[in-house]
Design a protein. Structure first.
Length: 206
């Protein structure tokens, strides 16, 4: 089951087709305003609405949460999607804006991964995911591939199908060895025997 979470932190406008193929559409807080503009009707809107109260015109169910809470609005959306049975979650946006929110959203990816759910952040220029084991990343033209150890060192890291390859290497949290690689084959084949990787695809600047 595919879920998509629209967030308020998105550079530029969402594509009108962004929700195509999604079984569950969730708006985090005021992202409903952009969804409304595009004619996207969410299944549920979750947020504290501390900046703008849109609940009086919202389509779909609305879950209002306290402003002071442990979970971010995006994390609450992720938990909701997992509870509803999602096995893949696309978080649209969530990168850029406040740095602390970006880091919080990356940690939310790790939460989803720990529950056995694949989750990605994407804003059109960047994609981020947390993964372990064996991973295949299809080639995307004009994008860099970067790998970072997440939550501790990664051992037994092998990377094939890229400009710079690795074999049974170690990635640590204090040295960015895996930054700015390029996929040269049809897909990059990545394996990590121990630990979790933060995988980022970033669009090259013109």
């Amino acid at each position: 089951m595919k879920a998509i979470i629209l967030t308020p932190y998105h550079e530029g406008s969402y594509s009108q087709s962004i929700a195509d193929g999604a079984d569950l559409v969730i708006c985090a807080d005021t992202s409903f305003a952009e969804a409304e503009r595009l004619g996207i009707i969410p299944d549920v809107i979750i947020g504290d609405f501390d900046h703008e109260d849109i609940t009086n015109r919202a389509a779909g169910s609305v879950i209002t949460v306290p402003c002071e809470k442990d979970d971010t609005d995006t994390m609450l959306c992720i938990k909701y999607a997992i509870d509803k049975g999602a096995d893949y979650i696309l978080i649209a946006g969530g990168i850029g804006g406040r740095l602390d929110h970006t880091i919080a959203n990356i940690q939310s990816l790790a939460y989803a991964e720990s529950k056995g759910v694949k989750a990605e952040l994407s804003d059109g220029k960047n994609r981020a995911m947390i993964a372990s084991g064996r991973i295949s990343i299809p080639k995307v033209e004009n994008f860099y591939l970067s790998l970072f150890a997440y939550g501790g060192s990664c051992s037994g890291v092998s990377v094939r199908g890229t400009k710079y390859t690795l074999k049974d290497s170690e990635l640590s949290v204090d040295f960015p060895l895996g930054v700015s690689n390029e996929i040269t084959a049809q897909k990059a084949e990545i394996e990590v025997k121990s630990g979790r990787l933060l995988i980022i695809l970033s669009k090259k600047e013109a």
